[in-house]
Design a binder for this molecule. Sequence first.
Ligand SMILES: [Zn+2]
Length: 95
Amino acid sequence: MKFKGMPGEWIRERYKINSMFKLRTVGQFDENGIFETEDVRLIEKLKVNYAEADISHDLLASDSKPHSENKCKYCGEEFEKKGQLLAHYRKCEKR
Ligand SMILES: [Zn+2]
């Protein structure tokens, strides 16, 4: 599973030894802020503190989408949302 954090951020887990809690470094987010592990025990712990990368990746992708992707091919008008463009097409195509 992949987790999303700050690029270069150390990932630490809390563990108990002699009834005292300590922190142990288990990894580091890469330059894209992604950390991947298949360790089921670790995944359960990280889920509490870090977002799953797949979910936040999708959010980032839709946020940073250039508006020109939603550009009318007939008149060149740009729209923030795909839905707005599709609604516009219905009118524009008939011109
Ligand atoms: Zn148009």
